[in-house]
Ligand binder design. Structure first.
Ligand SMILES: [Zn+2]
Length: 159
């Protein structure tokens, strides 16, 4: 069986980085749940190189910032798991919410907020909802970059 991550999963791709690719998860029990997978095969997350881990940290900071702005996520759980089906070391970002959030026609809730997330919860969306969510996330990521640049320009210069 071909490795789905090597073949690429363009339908689910949020953004491809140098060493990692961020994909929206099919299970959206927690709105915005994303998997960040290494672009090569290693069995364990912390077998990644220092450069790869550094990029991973940068990606997580950008993605969680985007999820706070876009969905109002309050905090984040992280889950890293190895499996025989997926040879790409990966980590999942599971956003947590202290209130209900509506995206498109779907209302998302997080009844366990403040405690550990429930790995059994499962919510799938219509195909169009995934597409709209990915586009919104991509646009917000681009916008975040522009904001950073603008702030750089607005740094007061010494007189
Ligand atoms: Zn692969």
């Amino acid at each position: 069986m071909a490795c789905t991550y090597c073949v690429g999963a363009p339908d689910w791709e949020i953004k491809k980085y140098t060493y990692w690719t961020a994909y929206l998860k099919k299970n959206q029990a927690y709105l915005g749940t994303t998997i960040i997978a290494l672009n090569r095969h290693i069995p364990d997350l912390f077998s990644a190189t220092k450069e790869e881990i550094e990029e991973l940290q940068t990606i997580i900071v950008r993605l969680t910032g985007m999820m706070k702005e876009l969905f109002g996520a309050k905090m984040f759980a992280y889950m890293a798991q190895s499996s025989l089906e997926n040879l790409h070391a990966n980590i999942q970002i599971i956003p947590r919410y202290d209130q209900k959030v509506r995206f498109g026609d779907v209302t998302f809730s997080d009844p366990q907020f403040g405690r550990g997330y429930d790995p059994v919860r499962h919510q799938e969306l219509r195909p169009s909802d995934y597409s709209e969510m990915i586009i919104a996330m991509q646009q917000k990521l681009e916008g975040t970059k522009e904001t950073e640049n603008r702030e750089e320009l607005e740094v007061p210069r010494p007189e």
